[in-house]
Structures are given as C-alpha cells and as structure tokens.
Design a protein around this ligand. Structure first.
Ligand code: GRF
Length: 200
C-alpha cells in the first residue's frame, strides 16, 4: 500500500505512522508527504525518515483546484493508493476527492459528528463535554463528514487545559491512525453507503 500523508504542521501523526510502519508488520510504505507550508515541522520529520516531500504555497495559485490538479498528477506518478490527511489544514475540492474516493482518510480530534472543522479540542472544552475523542474517517466532499472507520473516546478531566487535553488526544491518535492504516493495508475495511465494516 503506497501512502501519501498530507500535513500542514507538526506532523506528529505522520511520525507515529512512519514509526509504526517501520517497527511493526504494517504492509505499507509512506512514499510522499504533501505539505502546504514550507516552514512546517513535518518536513523535517519526513527528511529524517528519508521520505520525499512535495511542498507548495497556496498563494502561488489562483484557485484550490489549480494546486490540487498538480498534486493529483504527482500522486498518480507516485502510484499512490491511499491518502492520509493528518493535520492538513486546507479545504479540499472534488479535484482531489473524486479520484481518491474511498482511498482517502482523515484523522480528527473529536468524536464526529460533533465538533467538526478547526480546533475540535477547543470546541469540546468550550462546550463542556465530559467525553471527547478521536475519529478516523473516509473523506467525502464535506467538512469531516465521510463514513467513520474508527473512534476512540477520551475523558475530559476537571482541570484540563487545551494543552493537557490535546496531549492525551494526540496519544490516542498516534495509536488509532496506524491501526486503521494496518486494517486498510490488509484489505479488512469495506464501505457500503455510510457503513464501514472491519473484518478480520
Ligand atoms: C491532529 O490533532 C489531527 O487530528 C488534526 O490535526 C492535528 C495534527 O497534528 N487533524 P500533527 O501535525 O499530526 O501533530
């Protein structure tokens, strides 16, 4: 399974996935990191793993569709099977969604469908929920709306700040994302409409 990870920031999820692939039997390889921010730390991490990066600056293009067409061409040249959005902070369009329908997943720091969009962790604290968590889902045309593959709950503690809650959420993300990629690599994940089934 040839993977492209899309990220805009720190890339701790990229790192967790790259380590899991290196250290466990996941039958996959990260072939490419796609990044919209030339200063993002994920690029350093990719270098450390000797993984090719594709960086672009959205402001160099007149539309999202324009840069996505170039990305899709690159993904096709690299024969990418699966796109993993891991902290990719851009709205994506049909140019990317259509060719990778059923082959693109996203990790989100809340129990969707609550708290979609940016800052799922802050939204949960603000709302005062006692339980939040992590979701990995297929990507469709909406904002964090595609079929859910896996979720894991995280309790909000009495004195949580955004930082302390984020730290626990990230630990869960770093387990859940490699697990889901492993299932996909083994062909264990199937989708019918909104319903995702994991077989073993
Ligand atoms: C994660 O919380 C992920 O759920 C969200 O963006 C964050 C990315 O963190 N989509 P990192 O760049 O992987 O450290």
């Amino acid at each position: 399974l040839r993977i492209a990870v899309f990220a805009s920031g720190s890339g701790s999820n990229f790192q967790a996935l790259a380590e899991a692939i290196r250290d466990t039997g996941i039958n996959a390889s990260i072939e490419l990191v796609v990044c919209d921010k030339p200063s993002a730390y994920v690029l350093e991490r990719a270098k450390h793993f000797n993984i090719e990066t594709y960086t672009f600056r959205p402001k160099d293009y007149s539309s999202r569709e324009d840069y996505e067409r170039e990305i899709v061409a690159k993904l096709e040249r690299e024969r990418i099977d699966l796109i993993v959005l891991a902290g990719y902070m851009r709205i994506i369009t049909d140019v990317l969604v259509e060719p990778y329908c059923g082959r693109m997943i996203n990790i989100h720091p809340s129990l969707l469908p609550v708290f979609p969009g940016i800052n799922g962790i802050g939204q949960a604290l603000e709302y005062g929920v006692k339980i939040t968590g992590v979701t990995v889902h297929f990507v469709d045309g909406g904002m964090d709306t595609g079929p859910i593959i896996a979720q894991h709950a995280v309790e909000v503690e009495e004195n949580d700040s955004e930082e302390t809650l984020a730290a626990r959420i990230h630990r869960v993300e770093h387990e859940l994302l490699p697990k889901v990629v492993g299932w996909i690599a083994e062909g264990q994940v199937s989708v019918t409409g909104r319903k995702v089934t994991i077989t073993n």
